[in-house]
Design a binder for this molecule. Sequence first.
Ligand code: PMT
Length: 415
Amino acid sequence: MPVTTNVALGVGGGIAAYKAAELARALMERGFSVQVLMTRSAEEFVRPLTFAALTGRKVITNLFSASSAEDTLASAIEHIRVAQENQILVIAPATADLMAKLAHGLADDFLTTTYLAFTGPVVLAPAMNTNMWNHPATQENLRVLRARGHVIVEPDEGILACGMVGPGRLAEPEIIAQAVANVALGAANRTSAKQDLEGETVLITAGPTQEPLDPVRYLSNRSSGKMGYALAEAAVARGARVILVSGPVALDAPRGVELILVRTAVEMRKAVMDHLEEATVIVKAAAVADYHRSNPPQQKVKKTATRLSLELDPTPDILAEAGRKKGDRLLVGFAAETENLIEEARRKLESKNCDMVVANLVSQQGIGFESDENEVTLVLRTGETIPIQRASKSAISHRIFDQMIKLRLALHSST
Ligand code: PMT
């Protein structure tokens, strides 16, 4: 009998609160045990009794519902119990107000207090008026919550209760329930991840570099760091020591990694070379700028009506240098191409002395830069190519390490 995953379902005070009842049912149909927490404004839209009847469990409303001091203490401690007893926290609808409180760590009711005490994965399903959804304040709160690694189930577009048309409708309960199921599967994989990278020190580069043109401007690219950070998270989950050298990104480093923040290709090269000695595996997922201004001016370049030409020099090729110095380390490069994917990846594999190159067609919509998913082909020294269909960057990271371990075993058996 599979262990039941306990889900805390936080219900915010939006017109879509009634749909949380459908979500509770969809979660229970997937075998989850559901504990409902409601904000006070949610009770204006749907009665707690609805959820109590659905889940068969007491619905928790506000933090200090008690009358006596003893009851208040019991109530205050209850949110810790709820935070500890549940493996996943899902909040639907996540109103603009709730998202703002979560992003800023405010805790003025049971749900927001439980969120602060909760250490597991969080799934948020926003729902609000289109203008509120598009407001910079909401989008900034969303960015903060996404950077914390929370799963955001994007709102649908359509006619809203207020009559407006646009994004802001709560996603379908089945979609939200499936997102929770995917998180539960991922968490199960992580906790049960084979510790088959124990003893390895994995040096990973991630994100873009920024190459100054003057004190104000710089050259960069669209790398978000998600691929590299997913690799770091997967390696930690499998028992590796992880050194993550990261360009400027809007992501929190996965728990347990040693994070080194850099800005330019020159700084990234130094960080990689400083830690090469202790690494047993090197994975170069960063989008390192190929060119930079060797000596950027000290003053901001003044705008004129005439053309501005820039002389750019090649940046240090960190992958090639790591290839020259790798010894018996495993070296995994990436190839970001828009055409001739396999040929280009093979060329890099040979010319940079890699053991494997992860090739991705970054011109393809929905994968590569910035996306949560990727689609890659692993190109090996043996000439073999292993296509990996479109999947989350986390799932692809595990496949890359699965293949890396096979390479390690092949190397050991050949020596
Ligand atoms: O960060 P995300 O938004 O998740 O996007 C992921 C990604 C698209 C950035 C990632 O999947 C990817 O393709 N990373 C490599 C990007 C890149 O620079 O590819 P490239 O073909 O230009 O470089 C080839 C290899 O040489 C890469 O391993 C790169 O890290 C390395 N390189 C490049 C230039 C340089 N000066 N030094 C290097 O080490």
